[in-house]
Design a protein around this ligand. Structure first.
Ligand SMILES: *Cc1c(COP(=O)(O)O)cnc(C)c1O
Length: 467
């Protein structure tokens, strides 16, 4: 009986002839179509073994199955996404969305670009020229170097300046950042010896002082990017650490994590130390990410003393962690936006999203709810809720930013089913669930997201059979 059921199964050849007649072979690479056809026949064989009366094993059904898989396998894996989570610097969603001018710069640089061409002489130049002058201009630092990301910047600085020597750091700052960046591991990788001082909650200047030996190469300070210490705590102010370093001739390296170029307190947000303050405090070298509060592309930025930056730039490891031209183009454009300290709050998306007023967010949520409600009529309730969003990405740890969301509760299905469908949609919509509602936080939605978002919601409310 199983045999007779299997006999109705079309052969791969027959399926391919059918796909050719449908024009599918003209639209997709032949080898991919053949692979998908084989898989489809195999899946059908499996279904027939389990259920000899299976209905979806005929030629039409198999051809549709192949086309579905071809669509899935040829669409981009690294797809754009709609961020409705309210987490502004969302590492899983690519951290900072680029400004319009940074996007345009990436497009320009995507072909040939004068990446390492010294234009006046026509000789080989340095890719560092495109951002180092701007970085010095905007921060007052003596010298600058840009690498692939901040983890690489820290590893490179430690390797070039402290390999085989001691680096003194407070126990309260031996942090782990997401994605397994653990400060003690990075230090071990760089070949320097970690000298921990103080306790988890309290470290004093005398702790650092007592740890200095002729082998000390650096005093290291690490920003607590993703947690807060509250209560019985003490940390040494940067200026005091710098003064100690000066007295003893030992450079201070400050890993700021999320380097802010503007004072967030100006917009009523919690304070983060700014890069300019750290430079003014006289820190010898500091590092931070390009794609956190700065709001640019993935990059690691090193600023500081000319002699130290020169040693780092010429270390062989620098070549292994160099930045690529697309990131460099986006970084240059992002940095240029900071020349206008007013307009930058509008131009750089991370700053725009963080500085929105609660009134504007509420208004946006009400407008969006009015657009969403008719699309979901009868399928879900649509309300406006107040909620809290986060900066994310190792910035403003512990701070809850008041925000507004459109809250959706499906009438007939579980909210988890809708959340999943939205994530599988193209473009995917990433939302969160709270108290049985699907929350769309408007803080992280861009104007151009609204139409595809409404379309995704209607698709989620009325999925097609094969959806
Ligand atoms: C985020 C962070 C890093 C890692 O930066 P990437 O740019 O992600 O490599 C290192 N140190 C601190 C303190 C951070 O916050």
């Amino acid at each position: 009986m199983e045999r007779s059921a299997l006999r109705q199964l079309p052969s791969v050849d027959r399926l391919l002839r059918r796909l050719e007649a449908d024009g599918v072979l003209a639209r997709y690479p032949r080898a991919l179509v053949v692979a998908c056809a084989r898989d489809a026949v195999e899946r059908a064989r499996q279904r027939l073994r389990e259920d000899p009366a299976a209905q979806d094993v005929r030629l039409d059904a198999l051809a549709a199955d192949v086309e579905g898989h071809l669509r899935l396998r040829t669409q981009p894996s690294l797809d754009r996404a709609i961020n409705a989570t309210g987490v502004v610097i969302h590492t899983n969603l690519g951290r900072a969305p680029l400004s319009a001018s940074a996007r345009a710069a990436v497009m320009e640089a995507a072909g040939y670009a004068v990446l390492e061409l010294d234009r006046p002489t026509g000789k080989r130049g340095s890719r560092q020229v495109h951002c180092s002058g701007l970085l010095r201009e905007l921060t007052g630092a003596e010298a600058a170097l840009v690498v692939n990301n901040n983890a690489a910047a820290v590893l490179l600085a430690l390797t070039a300046l402290a390999r085989g020597k001691e680096v003194v750091v407070s126990r309260g700052e031996l942090v782990e950042i997401g994605g397994s960046f653990r400060m003690p591991d990075v230090m071990a990788e760089s070949g320097c010896r970690l000298v921990e001082v103080g306790t988890t909650n309290k470290t004093y200047l005398r702790d650092y002082e007592a740890a200095l030996t002729p082998d000390t190469a650096l005093l290291l300070k690490v920003h607590r990017s993703n947690f807060v210490l509250r209560g019985f705590v003490h940390e040494v102010p940067l200026a005091d650490l710098v003064a100690l370093g000066r007295r003893r001739g030992i450079p201070v390296l400050y890993d700021m994590g999320s380097g802010a170029f503007v004072d967030l307190a100006l917009k009523g947000l919690p304070r983060e130390p700014t890069v300019q303050e750290a430079v003014a405090a006289g820190v010898d070298l500091l590092t931070f990410s390009g794609d956190k509060l700065l709001g640019g592309p993935q990059a690691g930025i090193l600023l500081g003393r000319d002699d130290l930056v020169r040693r780092i730039r010429t270390h062989p490891l620098a070549r292994a962690v160099r930045i690529d031209k697309l990131d460099l183009a986006a970084l240059e454009a992002t940095l240029k936006a900071y020349r206008d300290p007013e307009r930058v709050w509008e131009e750089v998306p991370v700053l725009r999203m963080l500085s929105q007023t609660v009134a504007a967010l509420e208004e946006a949520a009400r407008t969006l709810a009015r657009r969403v409600a008719p699309a979901l009529a009868g399928a879900a309730s649509v309300e406006v809720w107040d909620t809290t969003s986060e900066a994310g990405g190792g910035a403003l740890p512990g701070a809850e930013l008041p925000s507004f969301a459109v809250a959706i509760r499906p009438h007939r299905e579980r909210v988890e089913v809708w959340e999943h469908r939205l994530r599988q949609h193209r473009p995917p919509v990433i939302a969160r669930i709270q108290d049985g509602q699907l929350l769309l936080d408007v803080r992280t939605l861009q104007a151009e997201d609204w139409d595809p978002l409404v379309a995704a919601l209607s698709a989620a409310s009325a999925p097609r059979e094969d959806g």
